[in-house]
Design a protein around this ligand. Sequence first.
Ligand code: ATP
Ligand code: MG
Length: 337
Amino acid sequence: MRKVLLTGDRPSGQLHLGHYVGSIKNRLALQASGDYDCYLLIADVQALTDNFNDPQKVRDNVLEVALDYLACGIDPARTTIAIQSLVPALTELTVYYLNLVTLARLERNPTVKTEIGQKGFGASIPAGFLCYPVSQAADITFCKANVVPVGVDQLPMIEQTREIVRSFNNYYGEVLVEPEALIPEGKLAQRLPGITGINDKMSKSLGNGIYLADDEKVLREKIRQMYTDPEHIHVEDPGHVEGNVVFYYLDVFASDTAQVAELKEHYQRGGLGDVKVKNYLFEVLNAELAPIRERRAELATDPGAVMQVLREGTERANETANATLAEVRQAMRIDYF
Ligand code: ATP
Ligand code: MG
């Protein structure tokens, strides 16, 4: 049996380096392996749960996220890319799954809790937002995904999905598949920090990101602003590499580990200025991002062609989703005619 991969992104902004190292690289590796049926969902319904007052932003970013995918090397011949809101079976599955979770369970989700704090909802949490992990369970199960390549913040969502699947199969019979999360290793087992500090995770909503679409000038400027060591004032001062975003990025992105070790040693000893280290980081990041940026600019000249890719992917996703939905309805004994 072929395995199935599903993952997605909210069209709440363009994709950034966090998405790239946290999830896209794993997707590309599994796409290349040829062992998986791959699905990518542009999760506009989920993006609307906290952007319901700005639908144009969500709409515009559907194309942006698709451009980012294709620019990174997601291949529509091997990966089905679909728009969540145009797969109505997902909405129906969500409604059935809502019976299988409690309000208390939804309120305990640590990622949702953090996000509620960040978004300043206070006591006015939109019900749709609190329930988005349930809609995510529908996303993951419509294609019976085995593996979900995601960043670590998504672990509670995968766990919630697994609980729903167990509960569904227990009540109605073995229809759904329990997914596994695929989290990156090493330093990337945590979310990539944003440019503002090691404890601020890079996030579209926090505005601290380096975007795949950023041009060279913007990239240089963001690296210039990047948080380093506030105590490293003069070039000759000894500096800290822990908590220093520039060195964190070098650990993640630079392949020449000997060179990075030497820079760290020099920085800690004193005599190495931030500007020099930042210039090196710029070279490293730009080497990785330049080809993506170029492909992206080329693809952006024909948005119609990109939307056609989404149209075809969405059609394919609907076929899969409707087949699963038929099984679900039969298992739930609501297949009347
Ligand atoms: P938003 O702030 O709107 O939630 P986001 O930046 O968190 O946006 P999502 O679309 O929610 O992006 O996340 C898509 C995927 O990218 C998820 O698997 C998530 O874990 C991963 N991801 C997002 N940001 C990072 C990061 N900084 N480091 C690693 N992975 C990340
Ligand atoms: Mg998020």
